[in-house]
Design a protein around this ligand. Sequence first.
Ligand code: EPU
Length: 417
Amino acid sequence: MSKLIINGKNKLYGKVDVKSAKNAILPLIASCVLLDFEVGFLNCNEIGDVSVMLDIIKSLGGKYRYEGDTLFVDCSSVYIPELPCELSKKIRASVFLLGPLLARFRKVSAVTPGGCNFGERPIGMHLDGLKMLGAEVSGSEHLYLRAEKLTGAKIELPFPSVGVTENLIMASCLAEGETVIINSAKEPEIACLCSFLNRLGAKIYGAGTSRITVHGVKKLTNKISYFKPITDRIEVGTYMLATLNTGGEVEISGANFLHNTSLIKKIYNNTCKISLESDKIYLKCCGVGNGLGFIKTAPYPSFPTDLQSPLLAYACSLNGKTVIEEGVFKNRFAIANELKKMNANIYIDGNRAVINGTNRLHGAVLNASDLRSGAGLIISALGAEGVSEISGLEVIERGYFEIDKKLKQLGADITKG
Ligand code: EPU
């Protein structure tokens, strides 16, 4: 298992560039199963989860290639509606293929997906939604879905799940009649998927709201050569918090600040200067900030669960108290025990973390058990006194491209071990 070795207390200075969002590219790749031509996605990095998704596409009979940072995906030759077990177990996003494969082949077999390790991640809502479009589902660990045809339906989600909204949009694109998804997720990655599908000829209305309507079409026939996905708001947030935790001054290009308003509102005026341009965030830290008060993670546009661990890490070195309530996943505080090894003062009470900031974090031997807690550990290690060793780098590389190189360029003392 590879690791990162970080000698803390170097301020971050300079420029860093952020490319297409992991959580945008993954459903976009899945949606290519609906197409019988090749599409190029601009501005892409070969991050871990995307590589696994592409291996799954290959095992279904599809093709992909990179030309520079353009990823071309061609699913015209996909012929096996059967998700490969081992690969599917590696990423949660394999579940995004159920909808498009069902729409194309009227049947699909799969295993329950894997993904980052932070507790139970059920897929019942995906299956319930697909059933409402006409699928019959059998099996539990090994799933078999069949539908003579998919027919539009009115589907109310019990929770605005990102993946379920995406899966149902993809399946209903080619269903007969109208589908209405009520309480749909409003994340920018959903609007990105809808804008891609609409350019191909889908008829999706209401993306970015909690009511999405899809008028099924027979085929997506508008051939487009290229599409530019949105950039990674979570990666942007991670670099913002890393800058603040080291007391540095960084310009993040490729950042759409509108996608990070919940974070910007929290840190604005907290001993830092921020200036925002259409595709840039400039951040200058002007001293140790105060505790952040109460923050609850919730679906977009609220504070994102994916920035909860990075924020928790930052809160540990502020002056005063921060309380973070996790409102999306039941068990996403794995970072807390690791941060305690660095002298962090954190108390976990159910789905709440109470952090009493202290400016005296020291390096420690740490383990990244999931992607975002890994990002949080890096943030803490960068600001701590002394050397930290973070194992589980491959988990971090599932979603962050060359994070060690980018941080080194910003002046961090960081090496891969
Ligand atoms: N849920 C169910 N049943 C389901 C599906 C979801 O109970 O069938 C629950 C989940 O357990 C969770 C809540 O609904 O409590 C929300 O989960 P959601 O379905 O929205 O998550 P997801 O689609 O599996 C995506 C991102 C996650 C991100 C969440 C929430 C991708 C590939 N993953 O997951 O990203 O945390 O939305 O915003 O888009 C990450 O990037 O680190 C990451 C985990």
